[in-house]
Design a protein around this ligand. Structure first.
Ligand SMILES: NC(=O)c1ccc[n+]([C@@H]2O[C@H](COP(=O)([O-])OP(=O)(O)OC[C@H]3O[C@@H](n4cnc5c(N)ncnc54)[C@H](OP(=O)(O)O)[C@@H]3O)[C@@H](O)[C@H]2O)c1
Length: 311
């Protein structure tokens, strides 16, 4: 049975493993423009495997991930806990930019609701801090959306401890969403604040964008616009070979436990103190089924240390 964890103030219970839809949005971020995946069967497989948390954003394929998610969950909306985001827009040259001005947040929220075919978002997160806009203004706007019933909980992505503390002094925040994996294990300060303040920590990038599945025998040559070149930096230059050392350790533990490497990598994140949920991106039914196995996996202290330190 899939392990679940509450978003405390809401009494919402969601699976501890969530499905990320960045890669399912298609577009240049993840492969190529024509790379349309069958998102309905991936989402159906996730629900079948006990995963009811789905994370998306307008920036994923510039609306395509939301549209495809919305179409796929039309008939089962009430079974899904939807996390969505605001604050990344496409600028005049077509590139991503930060914009958390209140009017942008409100219009992005309305556009997301339309694309998702729903009238509420369970968890609405600021996708990236925007230093041009005072945090008070952003959080007040989120509060107004919450009061209007358009969103049910507020979260922050990509924050450090100082910004999280500032936000908590201004309003209630239910969840943080930050990058945490065996290749990016540096969230101790934020995790301890989350624990102390009883708020969720949703980890993303648990598979290092896929590299921790151990599937890359050779260094891949992704296009410049691919997220695995500009966002996850484990695929370029020397970093690839360093990441392979970790991926090899994941593979060894997976072989011993007769389980997929991706499940081991996600289980390591799930076991970190303070982590409530782990998002795994999946672009096929097989991947989602493999990743879901993380929820039932217990790693010993020796296995955890071996994965992190190699001894
Ligand atoms: N808040 C933020 O700023 C932020 C940033 C990044 C991500 N996120 C969210 O977090 C989610 C998860 O992160 P992520 O998708 O970026 O990275 P990830 O979960 O580390 O990696 C996902 C990718 O790994 C590959 N993969 C997944 N399962 C696999 C398996 N079992 N075997 C082999 N390959 C597998 C797939 O790509 P291929 O099949 O193409 O190799 C998949 O798209 C995102 O989808 C998004 O919803 C949020």
């Amino acid at each position: 049975m899939m392990a679940c964890a509450p978003f405390t103030p809401l009494r919402l219970t969601s699976s501890r493993i969530g499905l990320g839809t960045w890669g399912l949005g298609g577009g240049t971020d993840w492969g190529g423009d024509g790379d349309e995946k069958d998102i309905s069967s991936v989402i159906a497989a996730a629900l079948d495997a006990g995963i009811n948390l789905i994370d998306t954003a307008p920036a994923y394929g510039w609306g395509r991930a939301e549209e495809r998610t919305g179409n796929a969950i039309k008939k089962c909306r009430s079974r899904v806990i939807l996390a969505d985001k605001c604050g990344i827009v496409r600028n005049e040259s077509g590139r991503p930019d930060h914009d958390l001005r209140p009017k942008t947040v409100v219009s992005q929220c309305h556009a997301s609701l339309r694309r998702l075919h729903t009238d509420y978002i369970d968890l609405y997160l600021i996708h990236w801090p925007d230093p041009k806009v005072p945090l008070t203004d952003v959080l007040e706007t989120m509060e107004r959306l919450r009061e209007a019933g358009k969103i049910r909980a507020v979260g922050l992505c990509n924050v450090d401890g100082a910004l999280l503390k500032q936000a908590l002094s201004l309003t209630s925040v239910e969840c943080v969403q930050n990058n945490l994996s065996l290749l990016h294990a540096c969230q101790n300060e934020v995790l301890s604040i989350c624990l102390e303040r009883h708020i969720g920590f949703m980890a993303y990038g648990a598979l290092g964008g896929g590299i921790l599945s151990g599937k890359y025998k050779k260094q891949p040559n992704f296009r410049r616009a691919d997220a695995r070149r500009y966002f996850y930096k484990y695929y370029v230059g020397e970093n690839f070979f360093k990441a392979q050392l970790t991926a090899d350790r994941v593979k060894k533990v997976a072989e011993r436990k007769k389980t997929p490497p991706s499940a081991v990598a996600a289980a390591w994140v799930l076991a970190q103190k303070g982590v409530s949920h782990v998002l795994c991106g999946a672009r096929s039914v097989r991947q989602v089924r493999e990743n879901a196995q993380a929820a039932g996996l217990t790693l010993t202290k020796e296995e955890m240390d071996f994965l992190e330190y190699g001894h």
